[in-house]
Design a protein around this ligand. Structure first.
Ligand SMILES: *[C@@H]1O[C@H](CO)[C@@H](O)[C@H](O)[C@H]1NC(C)=O
Ligand SMILES: *[C@@H]1O[C@H](CO)[C@@H](O)[C@H](O)[C@H]1NC(C)=O
Ligand SMILES: *[C@@H]1O[C@H](CO)[C@@H](O)[C@H](O)[C@H]1NC(C)=O
Ligand SMILES: *[C@@H]1O[C@H](CO)[C@@H](O)[C@H](O)[C@H]1NC(C)=O
Ligand SMILES: *[C@@H]1O[C@H](CO)[C@@H](O)[C@H](O)[C@H]1NC(C)=O
Ligand SMILES: *[C@@H]1O[C@H](CO)[C@@H](O)[C@H](O)[C@H]1NC(C)=O
Ligand SMILES: *[C@@H]1O[C@H](CO)[C@@H](O)[C@H](O)[C@H]1NC(C)=O
Ligand SMILES: *[C@@H]1O[C@H](CO)[C@@H](O)[C@H](O)[C@H]1NC(C)=O
Ligand SMILES: *[C@@H]1O[C@H](CO)[C@@H](O)[C@H](O)[C@H]1NC(C)=O
Ligand SMILES: *[C@@H]1O[C@H](CO)[C@@H](O)[C@H](O)[C@H]1NC(C)=O
Length: 743
């Protein structure tokens, strides 16, 4: 047995030189790679092909020189040179058997093979071509000018071409060089450089946003280790990729509400360097926004804006503009623009649709009111108010009272008043300010028609607007019909020509520009109340051989009349003898020191029982007459002395006169009684007292001794006894003292 093994060993040693391994002929050859400094394991199967056979010996060769053997039952040998550092280990118990060599060096690159001998079967050879990989040095970068580039490169803009060389020294097998932008291969066209054992790859890369960040060069010559890689950061100026506005809070589905603040966020990713974000509302720069923040990992700028939307902002555009000042103005900004949808409760105004003035409608014309509404979202309900109460559909307002338009087919005065409308939308309801509608109508006679106001006729009509012209139609009873126009309702009587002492028919018609009056106002007037008052202070005097009546003037009298009534001799009634205007002038009117005037008129002769009257007159006629009778004293003063009677021309006169005197005396009393019954005129007999002024005036007239007058029938106590004995006037009596007494 020992002999056999020795024999085998000898053969083995013999074969070392003689039996070189020829791949493909002696056995298969596999390729195996290992890193320098790393380890590798060679495998070899020692199980016999048939069960009857038996493994004898295993030998490993490096380039046909044995480095390890194993012999059954347990004889192991290792080449002491190869295993000098104790780097080889073997495991022959498991199948396949394995030999591991660590701390590999370049020298370990060789063809190894194992040879297995069996008792019966032929010898088995298996080859392994081991390549020991030497990793290259880390790549480095050079620019076009062969300057070394480290860490960053740039600055570039999008579209610029990046030109850069990647170089690698050493490595076995020679490495492949590839350019990567991020994780994308952009160039694998490497080559040997002019310098020995240096490889290079020159990159021509048009820069896009995708190349932002870093670019790397990878050198690789094995799969056993990751590529050796170097990186450069590219400074690439970029506008923001896109800008977008989002609502953070305060909105419901992007719908804003007037008066409710909202927060908007603007994000601008992908810009380099950090852009400035600015906010614009309808071209107006908003400056009150939060500070901008910058998230460098995603190159995103963020800005917040708190907005207080108002009604006017509905439909406005909100823009966020990202501006990169590092870049040319033409390509430095990006923006997002959104249109604001600001909702609010309705804004209202009532307006009248149609011709004419805004607030006015002519009676019987249609009245067309519109509730002019501005609302977002649109109003869906309308309510109308008239004089603050809700308009319900009825005969006055019709059926259609809940739409935006209120339509009254024929406006009447009932429709004048304040209108308002309420509009409702989903945000709320609003009530419009009151709108006052005036209904214009043509003039119509009001309650009293034409009235007399002082010395003017007043045409009383109702009209809106007030009439501007009045057309008068005047028919005095005794003169021609007159047509007059006035600008006011008053027609002064002095514009009417002709006498007004009798009745007057007047009609008036007003117009106010709307339409003229349908029916004129009519009335017949008499102006008795405008006549002067009856003279109150008169007396009779006898001077210059004639009776005179003298009166203190009466207010508003323009002239006076005098009448003389003679007592008829036949039937003892008073007969009007004359009626004539009382003259004015130096001979008849006397002036006093103050403002008192007297009017006077000569009456001729008066007898007992005769009466003289004074009337004050103006264009409206005369007052009633004040009637006076000469007193006995006055008559006595007027009668001539008795010898005059005797000396009269007629011889029988004295006798006749005596008879007449007796007759007269007798008939006076009878006539007086008869006159009481026969008089048709009411006998207003007055005893007059002159006021102090007048009396003084008369008393002081030098030539004319004044005789107080007294009607025969009513001479009252005290008066006839002379003015000097009058007591002072009662305190409540002022200018026109008088006392009346009926006959
Ligand atoms: C061989 O190398 C591998 C990794 O390279 C390591 O895990 C293993 O421990 C090494 N073996 C020896 C025996 O050194
Ligand atoms: C190589 O040497 C080491 C240390 O001397 C030893 O432990 C090892 O067994 C040797 N290898 C073989 C295959 O004999
Ligand atoms: C072994 O591999 C190397 C390359 O690693 C090669 O050059 C050589 O020709 C190979 N040897 C054989 C015998 O195939
Ligand atoms: C902006 O760009 C980012 C990244 O491509 C994208 O996810 C986003 O949808 C864009 N936003 C808008 C508003 O287009
Ligand atoms: C913005 O920045 C300024 C200065 O840093 C600071 O005074 C101010 O309070 C900041 N405003 C906000 C809203 O953060
Ligand atoms: C605004 O929002 C309201 C409420 O959602 C909606 O009814 C309306 O149609 C919107 N307007 C516009 C212009 O989008
Ligand atoms: C109400 O008036 C509106 C606007 O004039 C009109 O469109 C609508 O048809 C009317 N409705 C009725 C019931 O008359
Ligand atoms: C409505 O009010 C106005 C005054 O504001 C008033 O003149 C008018 O008579 C009123 N109309 C009705 C029908 O009450
Ligand atoms: C006189 O006329 C004026 C103006 O018309 C009037 O006011 C006054 O009352 C009249 N006087 C008398 C006594 O009638
Ligand atoms: C009285 O007499 C006069 C004539 O002196 C006469 O005109 C008058 O009519 C008479 N009156 C009566 C009532 O007879």
């Amino acid at each position: 047995m020992r002999l056999v093994s020795t024999l085998l060993y000898a053969t083995l040693l013999l074969c070392t030189r003689v039996c070189a391994f020829i791949p493909g002929i002696d056995g298969p050859l596999s390729h195996q790679e290992a890193l320098e400094g790393g380890n590798t394991t060679f495998l070899c199967d020692t199980t016999p092909d048939s069960s009857g056979d038996e493994f004898m010996i295993l030998v490993w060769y490096k380039n046909n020189i044995p480095i390890y053997s194993f012999e059954i039952p347990d004889r192991e040998w290792a080449d002491s040179t190869f295993n000098a550092t104790g780097r080889m280990s073997a495991d022959v118990r498991s199948q396949p058997t394995a030999i591991t060599v660590s701390v590999l060096t370049e020298d370990d690159q060789a063809v190894y093979h194992c040879r297995v001998d069996f008792r019966l079967s032929p010898t088995r050879n298996i080859g392994v071509n081991l390549t020991v990989v030497v990793l290259p040095s880390p790549p480095f970068f050079m620019d076009e000018l062969d300057n070394k580039v480290e860490r960053t490169v740039g600055t570039y803009h999008e579209g610029d071409t990046l030109v850069l060389k990647c170089l690698v020294i050493g490595g076995r097998p020679p490495p492949r060089l590839s350019w990567y932008s991020g994780s994308n291969l952009v160039d694998a066209s490497d080559a040997d450089s002019d310098i020995p054992s240096v490889r290079e790859n020159e990159l021509y890369l048009p820069l896009t946003r995708a190349n932002a960040g870093s670019i790397s060069c990878r050198a690789s010559n094995t799969n056993l280790a990751p590529p050796v890689e170097s990186k450069l950061d590219i400074e690439l100026y970029l506008p923001a990729y896109n800008v977008s506005i989002h609502w953070v809070w305060g909105t419901a589905d992007g719908v804003l509400r007037a008066g409710h603040p909202v927060l908007a966020q603007c994000t601008a990713p992908g810009s380099y360097p950090q852009p400035d974000l600015s906010w614009w509302l309808d071209q107006k720069h908003l400056t009150r926004h939060s500070n901008q923040s910058w998230v460098s990992s995603s190159s995103t700028a963020i800005s917040y804006l708190e907005l207080h939307p108002s009604v006017g902002d509905d439909g406005a555009t909100l823009a966020c503009v990202a501006t990169n000042h590092a870049m040319a103005p033409s390509r430095n900004s990006k923006a997002d623009v959104i249109t604001l949808n600001v909702t609010y409760s309705p804004l209202l105004e009532v307006v009248r649709v149609g011709d004419g003035k805004l607030n006015e409608v002519v009676e019987l014309d249609p009245l067309h009111l519109e509730c002019e509404v501005k609302a977002n979202p649109p109003a869906y309900k309308f309510i109308w108010y008239f004089n603050d109460s809700e308009i319900k559909s009825n005969s006055v307002w019709g059926e259609n009272v809940t739409s935006q338009v209120l339509y009254v087919e024929e406006a009447t005065r009932e429709h004048a008043g304040r209108y308002s409308c309420v509009a409702v939308n989903s945000i709320g309801e609003t009530r419009a300010e009151s709108f006052t509608v005036t209904v214009l109508y043509p003039p119509e006679c009001s309650h009293h028609g034409i009235r007399l106001v002082k010395e003017a006729l007043s045409c009383n009509v109702k009209a809106l607007p007030a009439p501007d012209t009045y057309l008068w139609h005047i028919e005095p009873s005794d003169s021609l019909e007159q047509r007059l126009t006035t600008g006011s309702r008053l027609l002064p009587l002095d514009q009417i020509t002709g006498s007004l002492d009798r009745s007057l028919k007047a009609s008036c018609e007003a117009s106010n520009g709307i339409a003229s009056q349908e029916r004129a106002c009519e009335r017949t007037f008499s102006f008795e109340q405008l006549r002067p008052r009856q003279p109150q202070q008169c007396d009779l005097a006898f001077e210059h051989g004639e009776f005179h009546i003298r009166c203190v003037p009466v207010e508003n009298a323009t002239y006076y009349e005098v009448s003389v009534w003679k007592l008829s001799t036949s039937n003892s009634s008073l007969v009007l003898e004359k009626r004539a205007p009382m003259g004015f002038g130096s001979s008849q009117a006397l002036s006093s020191t103050g403002s008192t005037w007297l009017v006077r008129a000569g009456l001729g002769k008066l007898g007992a029982g005769d009466e003289a009257g004074a009337l004050a007159c103006n264009r409206y006629g005369c007052s009633k007459a004040l009637l006076l009778r000469p007193s006995e004293t006055l008559l006595k003063a007027a009668s001539p002395p008795w010898w005059n009677v005797l000396l009269s021309k007629e011889v029988c006169i004295p006798l006749v006169a005596a008879v007449l005197l007796v007759l007269f005396a007798a008939s006076s009393a009878a006539a007086l009684r008869a006159a009481r019954r026969a008089r048709t005129k009411p006998p207003v007999i007055q005893v007059l007292q002159l006021d102090d002024v007048t009396r003084n005036f008369l008393d002081n007239l030098p030539e004319h001794k004044l005789q107080a007058s007294c009607s025969l029938r009513s001479c009252s106590s005290g008066y006839s006894e002379g003015s000097q004995r009058w007591g002072p006037p009662p305190p409540d009596v002022t200018l026109t003292l008088h006392r009346e007494s009926a006959v």
